[in-house]
Design a protein around this ligand. Structure first.
Ligand SMILES: [Zn+2]
Length: 488
């Protein structure tokens, strides 16, 4: 083959099906045709894959890239629009396909959007290699395994390796194109689910499963990749949960046996993944007297990276009620920012803050605040290998922002766009040094660690009411295949 023609497409959404409402097309960042090439070399997985394609000398067929932050069930119009834009750009002949996926996308009428798109794509392109990269929080399915040849999962959570795994998937595709060997995928889904808080790869169970996966790759050279897929327990689908997927060119290499070994280890370590968090009163008791250094209060139930609104008021209320000194919190509240944008710094007003995005929350908290400043919330990421970079590339736009202070002791960063707390540029771009605080609240589960570990003296996880709760038994599952741990 002289110069392989490779079709590129991206579809990235982690769908939280327990959130109210739907996610419309307007919430997606859409790139079509040659605009995709603008990402070449940036920090995103697509940027890495395109840079690799260039270095291998592939003829790139850029089609379409749809991305949005985690949020509610996706409207069918998004899927149809994506498919129309993609289908219109499929040439009469391609040599391979490269996909950048999340893997936990749910639409109004499909519980397995990636499987559906793969099925339509396979019908159009025929029997060519379909490779790609996906987030380890995917809910992988049999259909995805049957229709793709080699999809590579991230191996780290926080996702510091999204781009690196995209590059690995491109290298494996190059291997297929040069050797004419094409793997197929084998998949197994043991009956286990873990909340996102239980899926950090530095800790068991993910840590030991990752180690076994790498060992299996060494033991069986026919395995092109062994994926540990943690799953996304807030997307209610029949295949939600932990699973394993192996791409191999040789069925004699016993992928089924390897999948069974991984499943047995997941079963043996399942309890460690079912993390539960401590109640607010118990955690805040540890702040009296206030310990030295920075205490990071982690609120997984309002995890922005998992699709929560990022405006929950439980910990905001607790900080106010207990008069915790030198504290800070970021709240997404475009309405509050709008009201403040008409005022001059130094103005004092009574402002209802947060509590608008989830019925589970107690609602807005009225606070008297002093406006410190308002400003543009676009910032360049300080950490280009972060979880946020895997989602957004080099820059993130928080929308118009306002910084206010309550009672001289609580600093509140109000944003107009939900901003996962995965990069300290969020604070520093607003003239605030997060390390100077005694207490800071982050609305995250695991992925904030890379940004906050270096400045935190201690990190305390708190259980508050919210849609991304670690307590999976409190969620009204309808589609998950039963029995499954920890529900049954
Ligand atoms: Zn993820």
């Amino acid at each position: 083959m002289s110069r392989p023609r490779v079709l590129f497409a991206g579809l990235f959404h982690e769908t939280h099906t327990f959130l109210e409402g739907t996610t419309p097309l307007a919430d997606f960042q859409v790139l079509c045709g040659c605009d995709l090439l603008r990402c070449t070399g940036d920090s995103s997985p697509l940027g890495g894959a395109l840079a690799s394609a260039k270095s291998f000398g592939w003829e790139i067929v850029p089609t379409v890239d749809f991305r949005a932050s985690p949020s509610a069930t996706v409207e069918d119009e998004v899927i149809e629009s994506f498919w129309q834009e993609l289908a219109a750009r499929i040439p009469s002949q391609v040599d391979a396909v490269y996909l950048v996926l999340h893997g936990a996308m749910v639409s109004q009428s499909s519980l397995d959007v990636e499987g559906e798109i793969l099925s339509r794509l396979r019908q159009r392109v025929g029997d060519v290699p379909i490779f790609g990269v996906f987030d380890l929080h995917a809910n992988f399915t049999q259909r995805m395994a049957d229709l793709a040849n080699c999809l590579v999962a991230y191996r780290e959570n926080p996702h510091t390796d999204g781009r690196a795994m995209a590059v690995l998937a491109a290298e494996l595709l190059q291997r297929a194109l040069t050797t004419q060997q094409v793997p197929r995928m084998f998949w197994h889904h043991p009956p286990i689910m873990w909340p996102p808080t239980g899926t950090a790869t530095a800790l068991p169970p993910m840590h030991v499963l990752e180690m076994l996966a790498r060992q299996l790759e060494v033991e069986s050279p026919a395995f092109w990749v062994v994926n540990v897929v943690a799953g996304f327990s807030f997307a209610d689908t029949p295949d939600t949960g932990v699973s394993f997927a192996i791409a191999t060119t040789d069925e004699e290499s016993d992928p089924h046996g390897a999948l069974q070994r991984l499943a047995a280890l997941a079963h043996a370590t399942r309890a460690a993944g079912n993390v539960t968090d401590a109640p607010v009163a118990e955690v805040l008791a540890k702040l009296d007297p206030l310990p030295s250094g920075l205490t990071v209060l982690v609120e997984p139930s309002d995890n922005i990276g998992g699709g929560a609104p990022g405006d929950g008021t439980s910990l905001l209320r607790a900080l106010v009620e207990r008069a915790i000194p030198n504290a800070a919190i970021a709240i997404n509240d475009p309405a509050a920012v709008q009201r403040l944008s008409a005022l001059a710094p130094g103005a004092r007003i009574n402002l209802p803050i947060g509590g608008k995005g989830s019925r589970i929350d107690a609602g807005p908290l009225d606070l008297e605040v002093e406006l410190l400043h308002t400003g543009d919330g676009c910032f360049e990421l300080e950490d280009k290998q972060s979880h946020l970079a895997s989602m957004a590339g080099d820059c993130f736009d928080m929308g118009l922002c306002a910084v206010v202070r309550h009672a001289g002791r609580l600093t509140i960063l109000l944003t107009s766009r939900k901003t996962p707390p995965f990069d300290l540029g969020q604070w520093r771009s607003q003239g605030i040094d997060p390390a100077q605080f005694s207490v800071i609240v982050v609305k995250a589960a695991v992925a904030h660690g890379r940004a906050y570990d270096p400045i935190a003296t201690r990190m305390l996880w708190v259980d508050t009411p919210g849609p991304c709760t670690s307590n999976l038994r409190s969620l009204p599952y309808r589609h998950v295949r039963r029995p499954i741990f920890p529900l049954d």
